[in-house]
Design a protein around this ligand. Structure first.
Ligand code: ADP
Length: 510
């Protein structure tokens, strides 16, 4: 394993240790190996050190020293980016700046206006616990991922949750950032040159350009705190679930879901999740030993799994929010009539859904309760490999159906299972695909890599790009962009990080 340490590293680490304390600079072989681990094809990418700053001032000092010694940094919050690179740097040898370890304060919870201000180490679980402690009046939008993921880190990588604040980057209001140059800026209304900007976390933009977008999925700076809008917890949450029997029902389902979202009759994202995305966290691949993992699960075994769990090919879930269970009842009846018109939909009554383990993740996310449900899908095949592939489609049944058929065929051709959860908004559905494979097996890793690229090419050929991208594929996707866009990214990089010290190569930007 090579660590590719930059030449200026020893002098840099000595200077950083003098500034932030030797105990906050880690460089043992064991630590570097552990931080380099991820679930993607290709080798691990170990950093050449790990730093734990305790304040914005210390982050600024680290960035300035990185400029002096020309050492590339890789900022992470809590590093729970599993399936997308975990906490490993985009390139081996970059120095991880792990903000979450010591910068983990909930700086403010404002119950009047419904927002909080968090440092990078505040996890979904910690924020949830704090809101419960304060009387549970506000609700955090959680993901289906790890409860120990960072609220800020997830927002910066454009993660998604549920409810009114389910667009996590869209819910950020006002950030503090240490630019690659070492300068500190506040975005939005925080840019007024005063020690206490009043509207920083309540108004996203007033005067001048809105710079916040530059710091999502990029490498122009290190975000040291942010305001995040929170939804008041509704007195009653009415979750609903419907299941459909056949793979080809997807097109009809998307047509049924669109009017519910575009009218905001259903205020949560509606998840349209396929059998194996929902069931793989519950079981291990029943045919793996017999096929040596070389073939996708047979349709017969898949149907048997559906029957074991009482779910069909697609399961639709979401929630209504309201003043009381009585107030929600007519809306839930309307949903039953709406899906019932299709003829093949089966309603899963709430009492039954609550007892069905595969539905717990959907129910918990709509209720703003963190839970680790989905990640056990990494045990579906041995060897711990996982790649998340995140294209999307317009909320058009014809387009979603066609691409779903194409991806199912591509997965099968590579001997892998097709797993997807379509997270439906009013106009657009993000297709969160999981490629689960044996990372210890060279042939299976090669097939997983080829499968990712083939699906990405199929979507790009139809004019469709991805959302979040695993570190190993960020360069590949950046190269799919129009050349003028790439040049614009490079120009911004040169302006904000002239020595290129923040994560060169991240999201393809050098
Ligand atoms: P999470 O644990 O919530 O998944 P990570 O810490 O793994 O979040 O970060 C997700 C992505 O966002 C990574 O690409 C990381 O480099 C980037 N990132 C996280 N926190 C920051 C930050 N404070 N400043 C800049 N980039 C960040």
């Amino acid at each position: 394993m090579t660590t590719l340490a930059p030449p200026g590293l020893p002098a840099f680490l000595a200077a950083v240790a003098a500034r932030i304390g030797r105990e906050h600079v880690l460089a043992s072989a064991e630590t570097l190996a552990a931080y380099g681990e991820h679930t993607l094809p290709g080798g691990d990418t170990p950093p050449s050190a790990v730093l734990h700053p305790g304040s914005t001032d210390e982050v600024q000092a680290i960035v300035r020293l990185a400029n002096t010694h020309r050492v590339p940094l890789y900022p992470i919050s809590t590093g729970q980016n599993i399936g997308l690179g975990t906490r490993a740097p985009v390139r081996a040898g970059q120095v991880i700046v792990e903000l979450g370890r010591r910068m983990n304060r909930i700086v403010e919870v404002n119950e009047t206006f419904g927002y909080c201000v968090v440092e990078p180490g505040v996890t979904f679980q910690a924020l949830y616990d704090e809101l419960v402690r304060r009387g549970n009046r506000l609700m955090v939008s959680v993901t289906g991922g790890p409860p120990l993921g960072s609220v800020l880190g997830n927002a910066l990588d454009k993660g998604g949750g549920s409810g009114a604040a389910g667009d996590h980057f869209g819910s950020v209001c006002g950030m503090e950032i240490v630019l690659g140059s070492g300068e500190i800026i506040r975005t939005g209304d925080g840019s007024l040159d005063t020690p206490e900007p009043v509207n920083w976390h309540v108004s996203k933009y007033s005067f001048g350009p809105a710079l916040d977008g530059l710091f999502t999925q990029s490498n122009y700076g290190i975000v040291t705190r942010a305001g995040v809008w929170l939804q008041p917890r509704p007195p009653a949450i009415g979750s609903f679930a419907f299941t459909f029997p056949d793979d080809d029902d997807l097109a009809d389902i998307i047509e049924l879901v669109r009017p519910l979202r575009v009218s905001n009759f259903v205020p949560t994202q509606i998840r349209v999740t396929n059998d194996l995305y929902m069931l793989s966290p519950q079981e291990t691949h029943p045919e793996y030993a017999a096929t040596g993992g070389k073939a996708a699960l047979s349709d017969a075994a898949r149907k048997a799994m559906q029957a074991r769990h009482g779910l069909g090919a697609w399961t639709v879930s979401g929630a209504l929010y309201g003043a009381s269970a009585e107030a929600l009842a007519p809306g839930l009846e309307r949903l039953k009539a709406h899906f019932g018109r299709h003829g093949k939909a089966r309603h899963i009554p709430p009492e039954q859904a609550a007892a069905m383990k595969p539905l717990h993740v959907a129910l918990a996310t709509h209720s703003g309760v963190p839970g680790a449900g989905e990640l056990t899908m990494l045990r579906w095949r041995p060897g711990g490999g996982a790649i998340w592939f995140t294209p999307g489609t317009p909320m058009s049944g014809a387009i979603a159906g066609e691409l779903s058929r194409a991806c199912r065929a591509i997965c099968a051709a590579h001997g892998l299972e097709y797993m997807v959860s379509n997270v439906c908004g009013p106009r657009f559905a993000r297709g969160v695909h999981a490629i689960i494979y044996n990372r210890q097996d060279a042939d299976e890793s090669r097939r997983a890599d080829a499968c990712y690229r083939a699906m990405a090419q199929a979507f790009a050929g139809k004019g469709i790009f991805v959302g979040r991208a695993p570190t190993a594929y960020q360069g590949f996707h950046h190269a799919q962009r129009m050349p003028a866009f790439i040049r614009a990214c490079e120009a911004i990089k040169a302006a904000l990080d002239p020595n290129g010290v923040i994560a060169p190569g991240k999201y393809g930007i050098e």
